[in-house]
Design a binder for this molecule. Structure first.
Ligand code: NAI
Ligand code: MG
Length: 488
């Protein structure tokens, strides 16, 4: 055991601190609601504090929008839809969407820093993944705005009207882009509510939208809590609800809009299987396991949180995985070397810790990286469980943190059964040397997205979405446009 420390790469190489500077961003003390192209005070006069989960310091005060504010936002969106946006030719709409993409690119460093400060995700991730992907979504959908008749030949194509969009905290600005870009390209106007813990990049995006000259009211951004979201869902002049978040709230939304003409897409939770066959390239697979579960602290709806390893290679995979985990750098999200940043909120950390306790009580064997984490802020050490029963809670329920369950299997049929034995059906990963095995597995797994010999790869041209309790509808690609159009 004494030797263990010598294999710790972080100690061998002794990385120096490499903090990203925050001097180039200017946060306001107080943020208002973005309605009708202007920043306006919330009708209740209420604000709440938004913090940096990496150190619990207050970053700014943010308006708490209520039903009245949502009503103003929907009215602004309806007016913009009727008077401007629905009449504007696609090629003119495209120019605005392109302009938003270009302005986001120009201000990408600010966006990345604000995203990491407010969400706890590492600067490396927000800089290299979230912000570029968010820009790409605007670029990609700008390209579709004047080509809808080619996307749907011989069909009558109409926008839906006002889209109400409610997004979560795990990919704050990327989810805003996933929602806003296709809605605008299809000719709809938008009322968007960011998650309560991560409003700041959506508000920065509101500033960018203002700079782009987008007609007033085409995009409205109303910050607040669950009741603010519910006011969007229940507003009778909203034509479409697009939601990403928990399965529980997805169910509430479905009940609320049953019997109305509102269209809906729900992007909910997951418990995705990452499957390693014995002929897989093991070292790459281990990287894929790490990326699958520890990317974004495991706050990923499609996280590869259930690992299935073929029995003949299980010991080898687990040994290599533990070694690789020992090299992960956990801590300050603003340090460019950090692999795993802060958990998004105190509440989410409590949820994760609750599941870790359940796993231990259920008799699974826990292994946690032996590292130190900052004293203030919310952190969770990378954790894996072996000896996990298929029926155990930690293998069935979404934990939404850096916690992996590991099970073994002998035959391909067995792993298909185990992987599909879940209320969710969002994503899966398959690692093998043989194309025929990939085709066999991908055709039998109940998952909306399946990666082969890779994991957590996203692209605006590729549709994303799930089955079963993971929701319905697709975002991204041509499919993502369809959710914002009436086709007849
Ligand atoms: P949540 O589903 O409550 O929050 C997501 C968004 O919905 C937020 O903007 C929130 O303000 C809004 N919201 C909450 N209640 C609402 C209501 N009744 N009507 C309309 N909008 C409402 O998720 P929460 O509580 O932050 O996280 C709980 C669990 O949900 C997590 O532990 C995780 O398992 C899962 N989750 C999954 C996500 C995904 O990407 N699929 C994202 C966030 C959470
Ligand atoms: Mg909630």
């Amino acid at each position: 055991m004494a030797k263990k420390k010598n294999t710790h790469a972080a100690q061998d190489w002794n990385y120096s601190a490499s903090p990203e500077s925050t001097s180039h961003i200017q946060l306001k003390e107080k943020y208002e609601l973005f309605i009708g192209g202007k920043f306006v005070k919330p009708s209740s006069g209420k604000y709440y504090k938004t913090i940096n989960p990496a150190n619990e310091q207050v970053l700014a005060e943010v308006a708490y929008g209520n039903e009245k504010d949502i009503d103003s936002a929907v009215k602004a969106a309806r007016k913009a839809y009727n008077e401007v946006w629905s009449k504007m030719p696609g090629k003119e709409r495209a120019k605005y969407i392109y302009r938003i993409a270009r302005l986001m690119q120009e201000q990408s460093r600010e966006l990345a820093v604000i995203e990491s400060l407010n969400s706890g995700k590492t600067i490396r991730e927000s800089r290299d993944i979230d912000i570029p992907l968010a820009c790409n979504h605007f670029f990609y959908y700008a390209g579709w705005a004047d080509k809808l008749e080619y996307a749907y030949p011989n069909r009558k194509i109409e926008p839906l009207g006002v889209a109400g969009q409610i997004i979560p905290w795990n990919f704050p600005v990327l989810m805003a882009a996933w929602k806003i870009a296709p809605a605008l390209a299809a000719g709809n106007t938008v009322v968007l509510k960011p998650a309560e813990t991560t409003p700041l990049t959506a508000l920065k995006l509101a500033e960018i939208i203002q700079q782009s000259g987008l007609p007033d009211g085409v995009v409205n951004i109303v910050t607040g809590f669950g009741d603010t979201g519910a006011a969007i869902v229940n507003h009778n002049d909203v034509n479409k609800i697009a939601f990403t978040g928990s399965t529980n709230v997805g169910k509430i939304i479905q009940k609320a809009i049953a019997g109305t003409s509102k269209k809906c897409t729900l992007e909910l939770g997951g418990k995705s299987a990452n499957i390693i066959l014995e002929d897989a390239p093991i070292d790459q697979a281990v990287e894929g396991i790490i990326n699958g579960i520890f990317f974004n602290q495991g706050h990923v709806c499609c996280a590869g949180s259930r690992l299935y390893v073929q029995e003949s290679v299980a010991d080898k995979v687990v040994a290599k995985l533990k070694h690789r985990m020992s090299t992960l750098i956990v801590g300050d999200p603003m340090d460019k070397n950090t692999d795993i940043g802060a958990i998004n909120s105190k509440e989410q950390l409590a949820t994760i810790e609750k599941y870790i306790k359940i796993g231990i009580n259920e008799g699974a064997e826990m292994h946690q990286v032996d590292c130190s984490v900052p004293k203030n802020g919310f952190y969770c050490k990378p954790t894996i469980f072996t000896n996990v029963a298929q029926s155990s809670k930690i293998a069935q329920e979404e934990i939404f943190g850096p916690v992996l369950t590991i099970q073994t299997f002998r035959t391909v049929d067995e792993v298909i059964q185990k992987a599909n034995n879940s209320p969710y059906g969002l994503a899966a990963g398959v690692w093998t040397d043989k194309g025929s095995r990939i085709f066999n597995l991908t055709s039998k797994l109940d998952a909306g997205v399946i990666w082969a010999n890779t994991y957590n790869k996203f692209d605006p041209t590729s549709p994303f979405g799930g089955f079963k309790e993971s929701g319905f509808g697709r975002e991204g690609g041509l499919h993502g446009l369809g959710g914002y159009l009436k086709l007849s």
